[in-house]
Design a binder for this molecule. Structure first.
Ligand SMILES: [Zn+2]
Length: 246
């Protein structure tokens, strides 16, 4: 019997389920995509349209439940309050055509953007990334100094699962979204990576050092495990947040 090959554009899918064809996947699967706030439907090469359609129908409840677990997205509009390295900042956007350039300044817990741009969210994102890199680097240096070590380069990235990493040449990489985590959680992630300077494993000795370098590593670790994914709720898209107008 001839089976029609799956054409993703012809599938009938619930809102926020996005088809992705894969040449490597052996079977169909559904994967929560925290970064994009949707569910990726992985479609292997040799499957029929009806098979995929049935697969989605069988997992309808899972899709609905899983989408419900996504935290409400936070958009950086005027007046929004958001955590930033342990403070709670309020965003104050002043739009005026007389501003020649976009300026971002922080005074106590007010973050002011003076701009003539219709949307300054990408500028804000750049500011947050720069600030996060500097603060994470300073914190890493402080911790490294406690064990007579020095930090190589510090990079920041937008990662969904690894909040920090450490290379053999003592370069560190962090998610800049740690900026939105509570202080004890940031402290833990940085202490963890610096502890890898001495122990490139997760042995009891490693955790012992982690504890020494950290204010409260158990609490920070717990927060990251339980809430780390929520750091993805801060949205910097310029366009309408409704991805699916259906
Ligand atoms: Zn580790």
């Amino acid at each position: 019997m001839f089976k029609r090959k799956c054409d993703p554009t012809l599938l009938e899918l619930p809102n926020n389920v996005r088809p992705r064809q894969s040449t490597r996947a052996k079977r169909a699967s559904l994967r929560l995509n925290n970064m994009e706030k949707c569910i990726d439907l992985i479609i292997p090469k040799r499957v029929s349209q009806s098979y995929i359609q049935r697969f989605v129908a069988q997992h309808h409840d899972w899709i609905t439940q899983t989408l419900k677990t996504l935290p409400e997205p936070v958009h950086f509009e005027n007046g929004v309050r958001f955590p930033f390295f342990g403070e709670t900042l309020t965003l104050n956007i002043q739009k005026d055509n007389s501003f020649k350039t976009t300026r971002i300044s922080k005074h106590e817990n007010i973050l002011t953007i003076q701009t003539r741009l219709d949307t300054s969210v990408q500028r804000l994102k750049r500011w947050i990334i720069k600030e996060a890199r500097e603060r994470l680097e300073t914190l890493a240096q402080e911790k490294a100094a406690l064990i007579n070590e020095t930090v190589g380069d510090v990079h920041v990235r937008d990662t969904t699962s690894r909040w920090g990493s450490c290379s053999h040449d003592r370069n560190l990489s962090f998610s800049w979204r740690l900026a939105f985590a509570p202080k004890h959680a940031i402290d833990y992630v940085v202490a963890h990576e610096v502890a890898h300077f001495v122990h490139m494993n997760h042995s009891p000795e490693f955790w012992g050092l982690c504890e020494e370098l950290c204010v409260d590593y158990k609490r920070g670790k717990k927060w990251m495990r339980e809430n780390g994914k929520s750091l993805m709720k801060y949205q910097f898209d310029v366009f309408s947040p409704e991805r699916d107008p259906k």
